[in-house]
Design a protein around this ligand. Structure first.
Ligand SMILES: Nc1ncnc2c1ncn2[C@@H]1O[C@H](COP(=O)(O)OP(=O)(O)O)[C@@H](O)[C@H]1O
Ligand SMILES: [Mg+2]
Length: 101
């Protein structure tokens, strides 16, 4: 699949090359969300999932930390691709249920 957005394309390339879930051939669901915001530098990306890490004056730093914990609890993967002053792409892969209930 071709995407005109370079950030999304790069995120998908990394997911395709390195995702354990995609390699496992288990049925999965995947979503990506890309923004054209501030992007992040290496120091922010490194701390992104650390509980209470925030760069905002009134931030709490629980958004990404808790989202990742929930995704992990469902045996999923979280992927980030970000370029400072350009934007951020987030990818989530979750295994599908093996049985329909
Ligand atoms: N889409 C994004 N673009 C730029 N920076 C982001 C983005 N999402 C998260 N961040 C950075 O990660 C930090 C932690 O995010 P989050 O866990 O949602 O907590 P909070 O929003 O309370 O700061 C933010 O303060 C911000 O620096
Ligand atoms: Mg937030």
């Amino acid at each position: 699949m071709k995407f005109s957005c370079p950030l999304t394309s790069e995120l998908l390339r990394k997911m395709r090359n390195s995702s354990k879930l995609l390699k496992s051939k288990r049925p999965c669901n995947m979503i990506t969300v890309t923004d054209a915001g501030t992007g992040m530098d290496e120091d922010i990306i490194k701390n992104l999932f650390v509980t209470f890490f925030t760069t905002k004056e009134k931030g709490i730093g629980l958004g990404l930390a808790s989202a990742q914990k929930i995704i992990e609890a469902h045996h999923g993967e979280t992927w980030i691709e970000s370029t400072l002053d350009s934007g951020t792409a987030v990818g989530i892969i979750l295994p599908s249920r093996s049985k329909v209930i």
